[in-house]
Ligand binder design. Structure first.
Ligand code: BES
Ligand code: MN
Ligand code: ZN
Length: 480
């Protein structure tokens, strides 16, 4: 379902709902018709994230939207817009002056408000037999003349970035039988055609011929063939070249190292969230006039147990010639990324990023609300962190502790694919580092934030699309 975004000098008469920003102190806007004491009596103090719906029998309903007393930031406005949309419930049209506040530039504010509203309004309807219930269809940003050109620019950007994140959510929420490696490759071809990207799809034979033993190995137990998709965005006179590699494990059963049938296992249709973020981010680059060249690799296969499956003790040879002895077939993400990173560095980019739902260990370290970031080049990691702050997609750097590399030593191959019970997120990152050489590289482990357990600000329950807006911001800011 698409949401139309408009700009206006005043709320249109058709608006069912009017979202009114309210700080935590000072005068309450008169349009609400309530004093601060009356608002407080209803439990509304104007704190960021708080809302109070004031229904009306005759005119539009008003929503008091808390923004706190600090200078408004994009993150505050994004979450406030999300809370406003939730407070509006089934109402289909909202007008708000949230993007018209002092202390933040109009474009940044409008982009954040549109992102927050559109992402909070997201629901995966997929396969429900009942038709979708009503929700946001028309969003009007009410801004003064002075801010209107900036707000227009920001609103357009926000519509593009939110659509991208919604695409990533749709892909990750789709059940595994409805989105196989072949199907996501078809979808990538469709998205590429619609968004001005080059696209090539590589099948199993081609992957084998290219020496992508990680992809072939992980796919061995499956009746579904693998796909690798290369997406290219090439602007005129690029000011840099960035490579993005996404883990696209369409369903991770664990393979022979079978996962228990618990809630985590049931989420493993989302193990392609990295690939979804790369595809979704790239779909927006032309519309946002990204100035750098960006190449994306989607490493897609499922990980299944069967008579033909990869075994413990098997040795795989990757695209860059290195070998790994398999000690746990559930550590499969690093095996497909090994081929993707090898191919990525062959293109001699200025930097390479991989994004992957890689380890439960990263969830244990950082929880469900932030991703881990690792890398071999601190200035580049800082750029990734900067993009994460702008996108309000929280990441935290963990150490690439070279001392732990010996835990991956193997008697028969260059390394094992696992290294014992401790520091699993670090060991996975060390494994990946074997495939990037000297290219500045950052690794995002999004196992935790790939999914949101509840509606919360711009997050809607289910797949989060995490990383999509971060990668867009990184690509837009990028220069060699
Ligand atoms: N896809 C999982 C990691 C994961 C777990 C993502 C939970 C999202 C939520 C990955 O392939 C995996 O199974 N990792 C193992 C590695 C271990 C065997 C070294 C893990 O983290 O347990
Ligand atoms: Mn696994
Ligand atoms: Zn996995």
């Amino acid at each position: 379902m698409t949401v139309n975004v408009h700009l206006a000098r005043a709320a249109p008469r058709t608006a069912e709902t009017i979202g009114v920003p309210v700080a935590a102190s000072g005068a309450v806007p008169r349009s609400l018709g309530l004093s601060r004491a009356a608002l407080a009596a209803h439990g509304f103090e104007g704190k960021p994230g708080q809302t109070l719906l004031l229904p009306s029998a005759t005119g539009p309903s008003h929503i008091a939207v808390g923004i706190g007393d600090d200078r408004p930031t994009a993150a505050i406005l994004r979450n406030a817009a999300g809370a406003m949309v939730r407070a509006a419930g089934k109402r289909t049209s909202i007008a708000t002056s949230l993007a018209d506040l002092e202390g933040i530039d109009a474009a940044t504010a409008a982009q954040a408000v549109v992102e927050g509203a559109l992402l909070a309004a997201y629901r995966y309807h997929g396969l429900k037999s009942e038709p979708a219930s009503e929700g946001l269809q028309e969003l009007t940003l009410v801004v003064g003349d002075r801010r209107s050109s900036g707000a227009k620019l920001g609103a357009d950007r926000g519509s593009v970035t939110a659509a991208a994140a919604r695409l990533a959510r749709d892909l990750a929420n789709t059940p595994p039988a409805h989105l196989t490696a072949r199907m996501i490759a078809d979808k990538a071809v469709e998205v590429a055609a619609a968004s001005g990207l080059g696209v090539e799809v590589f099948n199993k034979d081609q992957l084998a011929a290219m020496g992508c033993g990680g992809m072939i190995g992980v796919n061995k137990g499956s009746t579904e063939p693998p796909r690798m998709v290369r997406l290219t965005y090439t602007p005129r006179n690029p000011r840099g070249h960035l490579v993005l590699v996404g883990k696209g494990v369409m369903y991770d059963s664990g393979g022979i190292s079978l996962k228990p049938s618990d809630g985590m296992h049931a989420m493993m249709k989302m193990d392609m969230s990295g690939a979804a973020a790369v595809l979704a981010a790239m779909s927006s680059l032309k519309a946002l006039r990204c100035k750098s060249q960006v190449t994306g690799y989607l490493m897609c296969t499922d990980n299944m147990p069967s008579g033909s499956a990869l075994k413990l003790g098997d040795v795989l040879k990757f695209r860059n010639g290195k070998t790994a002895e398999i000690h746990n077939t559930d550590a499969e993400g690093r095996l497909v990324l090994a081929d993707g990173l090898s191919l990525g560095v062959e293109a001699k980019p200025d930097a390479i990023v991989d994004i992957a739902t890689l380890t439960g260990s990263c969830i244990a370290a950082l929880g469900l609300k932030m991703a881990g970031v690792f890398g071999n080049d601190q200035p580049f990691i800082e750029r990734v962190k900067h993009a994460a702050v702008d996108a309000d997609e929280a990441i935290w750097q963990l150490p690439l502790e070279r001392n732990y590399r010996k835990l991956l030593d193997s008697n028969v191959a260059d390394m094992k694919n696992v290294g014992g019970p401790y520091g699993g997120a670090i060991l996975a990152a060390l494994f990946l580092s074997e495939f990037v050489g000297d290219t500045p590289w950052a690794h995002l482990d999004i196992a935790g934030p790939m999914n949101s357990e509840s509606d919360d600000g711009w997050l809607s329950r289910g797949a989060s699309g995490f990383g999509t807006r971060l990668l867009i911001q990184l690509a837009l800011d990028f220069a060699a």
